[in-house]
Design a protein around this ligand. Structure first.
Ligand code: ZN
Length: 407
C-alpha cells in the first residue's frame, strides 16, 4: 500500500459532470496498491487501519491523472524544418505537398530508415513525454504506405509498448495519403489496404484503431467509407482526420461509421457537430497543428455547448505539429479554442482516454483504475495551464511505479 498525502488539490477527472467539472478535492490523499488506485478523497476522510503503508508528501502540489495524448504520429523518419521555413515565407501546406514535399517526403525518409533507428528515436520522444506527464500515447502508422512498411511501423509500436513505461495505443493509418507509386491507380492502393494491410493488421493484432485522412490530396468521403467499413468488419474501431483544411464531410462520416473520435475539425459544419453529438463521437482538438498551419482554431466552445466532449492532443508529427509538448497544446486550447483550463484537463485525461477506448481503466483517479498520476508544481489547474513553463511536472507514476521524478 502506498499513500500520497498533503495534496493541495486533487483533480480526479471522473467522467460524470460537465466538461468543466474535474471533481476537484482540496487537502486530499491518494492511496494505491500495486498498479491500482484503492482510494482518492479528502485527507480527513482517509480510511483507518491501512496496515503498513509507504508514505509520500505532495507538499501542497496539484495531483492529476496521467495525461493521455490521444493523437500522435510518433514513428517517422527525418524532419521537415526546410518546409517549416518555406511556410514561414508564405508557401501553403497544400502547395508544398503538390511539390512532392509534405507527408510524401516523410514517407521516403521513413522507408529508408531501419527499425532500430525508428524505435530508438521514438523511445527518446516517449522518454521526454513521460517527463511532461504523458502516460498513454495513441500512435499512428502512416509513413510507410506499403504493406511491409506499415506493418513494420506497427511492430515498432509493439516493441515500444513492451518496454514501457508509457502505455501505447496503436492505430493503422495506411490511408494517410495515396503514395506516389499509386498516383495513377488510387483504387489499386485502396484495394491493397482493404484486401492485404487491414487483414494482416487484424490477424497480428497490431492495432486497435483504423484512421483515414479525409481531405483534398488525401482520401474522399466515399473512399474513407469503404476503408473504415472494411476495418470495422475486421474488429478495428474507426477514427477520422476530419474537416482540417475545409469542411469535407469528415465529421458526418465519423458519426456514420461509428468512429470513437473525429480529429482536427477546424472547419466542422453545424450539421457535422449535430452528427457527432447524435452518434456520441469525441471531438479531438489539435491546436499545435492549427497554430503551425495558421488555421482557424477548432470551434471547441460550439462543440462543448452542443454536448460533444472535446479532447486535446498534440498531433505530434514532423510536418504540421513538430512538438510532443502536450501541456503546451493544453495551454493553446485555452487561449485559441476558448476552453477553460478545467475543460482542457478533462480533455487530456478522461475524454482522451475515451477517445482511445481506455476510459474503463485510465483517465481518472478513482478506486479500481490504474495508478497513473502526476504531481504538478502548481496550486491549482488554472495556475498550471496559465503559467507556461518548460515543465511543471515533478513526478510521473505509471501503474503505481515511478516512471520519472524531478531531481
Ligand atoms: Zn494527425
Amino acid at each position: 500500500m502506498q499513500i500520497l498525502r498533503n495534496i493541495g488539490a486533487l483533480a480526479t477527472c471522473r467522467a460524470d459532470g460537465g466538461q468543466d467539472d474535474v471533481q476537484l478535492i482540496h487537502n486530499a490523499a491518494l492511496i494505491w496498491n500495486g498498479d491500482r488506485i484503492v482510494w482518492a478523497g479528502p485527507a480527513d476522510e482517509m480510511p483507518a487501519n491501512l496496515g503498513t503503508a509507504v508514505m509520500f508528501d505532495a507538499r501542497g502540489g496539484l495531483v492529476i491523472p496521467g495525461l493521455v495524448d490521444c493523437h500522435t504520429h510518433l514513428v517517422f523518419g527525418g524532419w521537415r524544418a526546410g518546409e517549416f521555413a518555406q511556410r514561414c515565407r508564405g508557401t501553403s501546406y497544400q502547395e508544398i505537398a503538390l511539390q512532392g514535399g509534405g507527408i510524401a517526403s516523410t514517407v521516403r525518409a521513413t522507408r529508408a530508415a531501419d527499425d532500430t533507428t525508428l524505435v530508438n528515436r521514438a523511445r527518446g520522444f516517449l522518454d521526454a513525454m513521460v517527463q511532461l506527464g504523458v502516460t498513454t500515447v495513441e500512435c499512428k502508422s502512416g509513413y510507410g504506405l506499403t504493406l511491409n512498411d506499415e506493418l513494420r511501423i506497427l511492430r515498432d509500436y509493439r516493441a515500444l509498448a513492451d518496454t514501457g513505461p508509457c502505455r501505447i495505443v496503436p492505430t493503422v493509418l495506411g490511408a494517410h495519403i495515396v503514395p506516389a507509386e499509386f498516383a495513377s491507380d488510387r483504387a489499386g492502393y485502396i484495394r491493397m489496404l482493404v484486401d492485404e494491410l487491414l487483414p494482416a493488421v487484424a490477424a497480428e493484432k497490431l492495432a486497435r484503431f483504423c484512421d483515414v485522412f479525409v481531405e483534398e490530396n488525401a482520401f474522399t468521403v466515399e473512399e474513407a467509407r469503404g476503408i473504415l467499413t472494411a476495418a470495422v468488419r475486421l474488429g478495428l474501431k474507426p477514427k477520422v482526420h476530419a474537416d482540417q483544411l475545409r469542411d469535407g464531410g469528415g465529421a458526418a462520416l465519423a458519426a456514420e461509421v461509428g468512429a470513437l473520435s473525429a480529429d482536427h475539425l477546424e472547419h466542422v459544419s453545424d450539421a457535422g457537430i449535430a452528427a457527432l453529438k447524435q452518434a456520441g463521437v469525441i471531438a479531438v482538438s489539435l491546436p499545435i497543428a492549427s497554430l503551425y498551419l495558421r488555421q482557424q482554431a477548432m470551434p471547441a466552445r460550439k462543440l462543448i455547448d452542443a454536448g460533444v466532449p472535446v479532447a486535446v492532443a498534440t498531433d505530434f508529427n514532423p510536418g504540421s505539429a513538430p512538438s510532443f509538448h502536450l501541456p503546451f497544446a493544453m495551454t493553446l486550447a485555452c487561449t485559441t479554442q476558448m476552453m477553460t483550463p478545467a475543460e482542457v484537463l478533462k480533455g487530456a485525461t478522461i475524454y482522451a482516454a475515451r477517445a482511445v477506448g481506455r476510459d474503463a481503466d485510465l483517465g481518472s483517479l478513482e478506486e479500481g483504475k490504474r495508478a497513473d498520476f502526476l504531481l504538478i508544481d502548481a496550486d491549482d489547474v488554472d495556475q498550471w495551464l496559465y503559467h507556461l513553463r518548460a515543465n511543471a511536472c515533478r513526478w510521473t507514476v505509471v501503474g503505481g511505479r515511478t516512471a520519472w521524478k524531478a531531481r
